[in-house]
Design a protein around this ligand. Structure first.
Ligand code: SF4
Ligand code: SF4
Length: 163
C-alpha cells in the first residue's frame, strides 16, 4: 500500500536496468544504519524547527524529497524497488511482519525460479520448497503466486497442507 513503492513499480519499470542490488544492502547492519541516520537527520531538523509548524513541515518535505530522489536513482540503476530494501519504513515493516501470513511453497516446486524472477523485493520463494517463506520483506503482492506455472505457491493454509 506504500504510495512511493507503487510509484517506483509503475514508473521506474521502464527506466530501470533491473539489476539485482548488492547483497550488503540487505544486511541488518546496513539497514539499521540507514534507519538511524534518517531518524537523526529528521530529529535534528524538527528540533531546530520546533515552534514553527511551517518549518517542521519543511523538515519532513526535505527528507521525503531527498529519499524519494535517492529511490529514483537506485531504482534506475538497480531494480525499481531497490529503495524498498533500505527504506526505514521497509526495515521497520520487516522487523514487525517477519513470519506473519507466510508464503507456503509446495514440495511440487520444480525449481524453475520464475517466482524469484518476478518478485519486486528480490526474494527467492523456491528456496523454501516444502515449507514456508517467512521473510519480512515480502510485501504479499502475490506476483510469484500468479507466475508459478504449477501453482506451487500460496498464502492460504491449504497450501501449507500441500507443502
Ligand atoms: S515458480 Fe513455482 S515451480 Fe518455479 S521455482 Fe517458483 S515455486 Fe517452484
Ligand atoms: S508475494 Fe510478492 S514480495 Fe512476496 S515473495 Fe511473492 S513476489 Fe515476492
Amino acid at each position: 500500500m506504500c504510495p512511493r513503492g507503487s510509484f517506483y513499480d509503475l514508473f521506474l519499470s521502464k527506466l530501470s536496468r533491473k539489476v539485482s542490488i548488492p547483497s550488503f544492502f540487505k544486511t541488518n547492519a546496513f539497514r539499521t544504519g540507514i534507519l538511524a541516520m534518517l531518524i537523526i537527520a529528521l530529529g535534528t531538523q524538527v528540533y531546530f524547527a520546533w515552534g514553527s509548524a511551517y518549518n517542521i513541515g519543511r523538515a519532513f518535505l526535505t527528507v521525503l524529497t531527498i529519499t524519494t530522489t535517492a529511490g529514483i536513482i537506485l531504482g534506475a540503476v538497480f531494480k525499481p524497488r531497490a529503495w524498498c530494501q533500505i527504506c526505514p519504513m521497509g526495515t521497520l515493516g520487516n522487523w514487525i511482519s517477519k513470519g506473519k501470513k507466510p508464503l507456503h511453497v509446495s514440495e511440487q516446486c520444480k525449481d524453475c525460479k520464475l517466482c524469484a524472477k518476478v518478485c519486486p523485493m528480490q526474494l527467492k520463494p523456491y528456496e523454501d520448497k516444502a515449507g514456508t517463506m517467512t521473510d519480512g520483506d515480502c510485501i504479499k503482492c502475490s506476483s510469484c503466486v500468479a507466475a508459478c506455472p504449477i501453482k506451487a505457491l500460496g498464502f492460504k493454509e491449504e497450501m501449507k497442507k500441500a507443502a
